[in-house]
Design a binder for this molecule. Structure first.
Ligand SMILES: NC(=O)c1ccc[n+]([C@@H]2O[C@H](COP(=O)([O-])OP(=O)(O)OC[C@H]3O[C@@H](n4cnc5c(N)ncnc54)[C@H](O)[C@@H]3O)[C@@H](O)[C@H]2O)c1
Ligand SMILES: Nc1nccc2c1ncn2C[C@@H](O)[C@@H](O)C(=O)O
Length: 479
């Protein structure tokens, strides 16, 4: 245990992880620029950041940037399949530690956690050694850490944890069991943490939706920054990151030829656009489903048919969900799929595909290899399901590449600094970063790619009503 607590798959993978982290730093100019800019200032001094975000090589660079800026950090992944075990090991050992003497950051994550293990990791990530020095910042991706703290504090204040129920998801019952066990020994733990937290910075679309729901219900007891809707996050990570990592996940999972095949992408938002381009780039014939006429019109203008799932499912060779919604692919849809068609999700949670119904359906499951299952129905037809319906780019592959995550994580670091150093400027609401900071992140990455920006003359700036140094667009501008 050597001084820091952790639970990862295999600490001996640390050296391999360190080699890949060093390569990733070269591809993450935004984070490295922030380390240089703030090295002497140490703006995160005193911050105890509990982070719930896919424990990948890219996240390792984020964690070590937060530490370089003065923070103490504890980490868990936000998905049971997304951890890269060598990254987790390298973060625990740290740049200056050894396998025998780990001197890095506590991490509780390994690839292939059960749901009970996942929520145990989440609790460890939020539980700091000294009860009088609890977590005082949360960095979240999907809102599971925020949910645990807010629901835990709510039940403590109500004096009771609701009983598990058939109406809940299996996962929510796991959370209730965890909180009930905790409540039996200490009925003030989560209230203390909620009171100490200066704010949460949320990474993804689905987590941001949950934040706005908490805020609307009056349940948000600390300020929040919506990192997802920084333009340099969602219009890059969600789109170009997905363009890179979707086809990667399908290739590593199935090695099926994509060219010439019929693909159905459900949802044509930032992620769906990346999905469609990713597979159209392989010569596939891509069709899209949408509820929103604006996104549907975009799909049509991008050359993709807009169809309904019922209409398209019987002839699709590959079906991908990217809606952030639930019940997109039902058990009926799965039974109607072609023999050996491939089904995967790249949305944040696994409820886009009715996995629970599939597991209860009587279809037989044959595991082909980790995160690839063949389910055979009584019709004799089978489907290949990737990552048990969880986001396949991180389950079957290694997620988005470093350069695009450098954009997202630069926003995370800036948001952490904002909430930590200016608490008096934030109420218990959901905020976005100012455009000038979004442009700052973009500037670093344009330069890193060798782009040559044009400088406005003073007259030109006046003509379009902006400052020479920006911000260059009004709030209502859509990129
Ligand atoms: N796997 C990853 O690496 C990754 C990266 C970024 C975001 N995400 C997740 O992907 C999901 C989508 O994110 P986004 O940024 O594209 O969101 P978005 O809101 O931009 O796009 C979702 C789209 O789905 C559409 N939609 C909603 N319900 C639908 C339905 N029933 N049928 C068809 N279309 C429907 C919406 O109209 C919207 O256009 C979220 O869960 C997000 O958290 C995953
Ligand atoms: N390599 C990677 N490391 C960490 C997280 C990664 C990732 N690839 C995708 N996400 C998920 C992000 O796109 C997250 O911003 C999200 O929106 O889900």
């Amino acid at each position: 245990r050597n001084g820091i607590d952790y639970k990862v798959a295999d600490l001996s993978l640390a050296e391999f992880g360190r080699k890949e982290i060093r390569l990733a730093e070269h591809e993450m100019p935004g984070l490295m620029a922030l380390r240089r800019e703030y090295a002497d200032v140490q703006p995160l001094q005193g911050a105890r950041i509990s982070g719930s975000l896919h424990m990948t090589i890219q996240t390792a660079v984020l964690i070590e940037t937060l530490v370089a800026l003065g923070a103490e950090v504890r980490w868990a992944s936000c998905n049971i399949f997304s951890t890269q075990d060598h990254a987790a090991a390298a973060v625990v050992v740290g740049p200056a530690g050894t396998v025998d003497e780990p001197r890095g950051t506590p991490v509780f994550a390994w690839k292939g956690e059960t749901l009970e293990q996942y929520w145990w990791c989440a609790e460890q990530m939020l539980t700091w050694p000294d009860p009088d020095a609890p977590a005082n910042m949360i960095l979240d991706d999907g809102g599971d850490a925020t949910l645990l703290v807010l629901r835990g504090a709510q039940f403590e204040q109500a004096g009771v944890v609701p009983p598990a129920s058939e109406d809940n998801s299996a996962e929510y019952n796991v959370i209730l069991d965890l909180l009930r066990r905790q409540f039996a020994t200490d009925a003030t733990k989560w209230t203390k943490i909620a009171a100490a937290v200066r704010g949460v910075t949320e990474e993804t679309t689905t987590g941001v939706l949950r934040l706005y729901q908490f805020a609307a219900a009056g349940d948000l007891t600390f300020p929040a920054i919506n990192v997802n809707d920084s333009v340099t996050k969602s219009k890059f990570d969600n789109k170009y990151g997905t363009r890179h990592s979707l086809v990667d996940g399908i290739n590593r999972g199935t090695d099926v030829l994509i060219g010439g095949k019929k693909i159905l992408i459900c949802g044509y938002g930032d992620v769906g656009k990346g999905c469609a381009e990713s597979l159209a780039g392989q010569g596939a014939r891509v069709q899209v489903t949408e509820i929103d006429p604006i996104n549907a019109l975009q799909a049509l203008m991008d050359g993709f048919d807009v169809v309904t799932t019922d209409e398209a499912i019987p002839t699709a060779d590959i079906v991908i969900t990217s809606t952030g919604n639930k019940d997109i692919i039902t058990l009926e849809h799965m039974r109607a799929m072609k023999d050996q068609a491939i089904l995967g999700n790249i949305g944040h949670f696994d409820d886009e595909i009715q996995m629970a119904a599939l597991e209860r359906s009587g279809a037989t499951r044959l595991n082909i290899k980790p995160q690839v299952d063949q389910w055979t129905f009584d019709t004799g037809r089978s489907i290949i399901v990737l990552s048990e319906g969880r986001l396949l780019n991180l389950g079957n592959a290694t997620g988005h590449p470093s350069f695009v995550m450098s954009n997202s994580f630069s926003n995370q670091v800036i948001a952490q600094i904002e909430l930590w150093t200016k608490p008096e400027q934030y109420d218990n609401e959901v905020y976005r970063l100012p455009k000038i900071l979004d442009e700052k992140v973009a500037r670093i990455h344009v330069e890193a790619l060798g782009g040559q920006l044009t400088k406005l003359t003073k007259e030109q700036a006046e003509y379009i009503g902006v400052d020479v140094e920006g911000p260059y667009k009004p709030e209502h501008y859509r990129y």
